[in-house]
Ligand binder design. Structure first.
Ligand SMILES: NC(=O)C1=CN([C@@H]2O[C@H](COP(=O)(O)OP(=O)(O)OC[C@H]3O[C@@H](n4cnc5c(N)ncnc54)[C@H](OP(=O)(O)O)[C@@H]3O)[C@@H](O)[C@H]2O)C=CC1
Ligand SMILES: CC(=O)N[C@@H](CCC(=O)OP(=O)(O)O)C(=O)O
Length: 321
């Protein structure tokens, strides 16, 4: 049987390498590789893009948009890891766990946009609660994100790992303070929020791993809702999902929990937590995952397999390249 051909445009970059590492050893597809000396040669990239059954774009937004313009073969499908097409007409959002029918849409789509890392956690927490009617569409969401520095791609990795004058000062930095981060449109749309959340990202001096924290003042909701109800709705939504686990409800006073953002590194898993303080009628929704796993490259290979009908026993874990 003919094996489907996959070309990773940008395979030498952070996301591309992690996708490649997850596909090495796979015998059910053929990886088309570009000669490293020609990796930015447009003619060679165009040839490979059009030779592929699925082209995976691991490029910055402007280059990804131009790459789609190079695809002339109607048989070539595109999976874009960049943020260029996440809310674009004609593209399916590659978060299979979003709701009923989403995985099927990804299976059939010609153009699939992989979600952003921060939105994966925010949408993963908010959308089931909005769908269940526990949070109103008008919920004034605040999304606090902490990422490992690989989320910033090669340039931030070099700045964090560099020496001397090339090394970025400080171990932690809040950014996106102008409140216009490029992930906000997809968070708003796919969480079904009426207004954009306030999104405050931060990056620390650790390579990989991510926490997304969303506070909920339960007392301020238009109708009474408990943290246990939020937890039950998330547990029900993700009951049959392999890669998203809803952890037991944590109630104030039980113990002093701490969360390590790096705990799921190398996996395609995401853990969702609900922490509750019933006395204060407050809850915290938290998502933990690897920004390069379920936040990018693990998710991309999960989507690739849906598009190719190859999903099965794969775990999408990264074992190096
Ligand atoms: N890192 C992450 O956690 C995530 C990244 N993404 C998205 O994935 C995309 C890739 O990001 P990331 O892998 O981090 O970025 P990197 O900068 O690490 O990789 C981008 C790659 O594209 C190459 N490139 C640049 N211009 C061209 C060109 N004209 N033709 C072919 N290749 C080119 C770069 O080469 P060179 O370095 O030599 O310029 C580099 O190898 C981005 O859109 C990013 O937003 C999405 C989710 C998470
Ligand atoms: C730490 C860091 O810089 N993170 C990146 C987001 C990484 C990511 O998800 O990339 P996409 O934009 O393609 O989704 C940022 O905030 O721009």
């Amino acid at each position: 049987m003919r094996k489907p051909k996959v070309f990773i445009d940008g395979e030498a970059g952070t996301t591309g390498l992690q996708i490649r590492g997850r596909l090495l050893g796979r015998t059910d597809l053929e990886l088309l590789s570009i000669d490293p000396a020609k990796r930015k040669d447009e003619a060679e990239r165009k040839r490979l893009l059009n030779a592929a059954d699925v082209a995976v774009l691991c490029l910055h937004d402007d280059v990804a948009k131009a790459a789609v313009g190079l695809v002339e073969n109607p048989g070539t499908r595109v999976l874009d890891a960049s943020s260029a097409h996440r809310v674009a007409e004609g593209w399916v959002y590659g978060f299979p766990e979003l709701g009923p029918g989403q995985a099927e849409q990804i299976r059939r789509a010609r153009f699939v946009s992989n979600p952003g890392c921060y939105p994966t956690g925010a949408i993963g927490l908010l959308r089931p609660l909005v769908d269940a009617g526990l949070l109103p569409e008008a919920f004034p969401a605040s999304v606090q994100g902490t990422s490992g520095y690989s989320g910033g791609g090669r340039q931030l990795i070099e700045a964090m790992e560099g020496r001397g004058e090339h090394r970025l000062a400080g171990d932690y930095r809040a950014y996106g303070l102008e409140l216009t981060h490029k992930h906000v449109p997809e968070m708003t749309r796919y969480s079904r929020l009426a207004r954009p959340p306030i999104f405050t990202p931060a990056v620390g001096r650790f390579a990989q791993g991510m926490l997304i924290v969303i506070p909920v003042h339960l007392w301020a909701l238009p109708r009474p809702v408990t943290a246990a109800e939020l937890h039950a709705a998330l547990a029900e939504h993700y009951r049959a999902q392999r890669f998203v686990t809803v952890m037991p409800l944590e109630t104030y006073g039980a113990h002093n929990p701490v969360l390590d953002p790096q705990a799921l590194n190398g996996t395609n898993r995401m853990e969702l937590f609900v922490y509750a303080n019933p006395e204060r009628e407050q809850a915290l929704l938290i998502a933990r995952f690897d920004n390069l796993g379920k936040g990018a490259s693990g998710a991309a290979v999960q989507n690739l397999d849906l598009m190719l009908g190859l999903e099965g026993a794969h775990t999408y874990e990264y074992h190096g390249d």
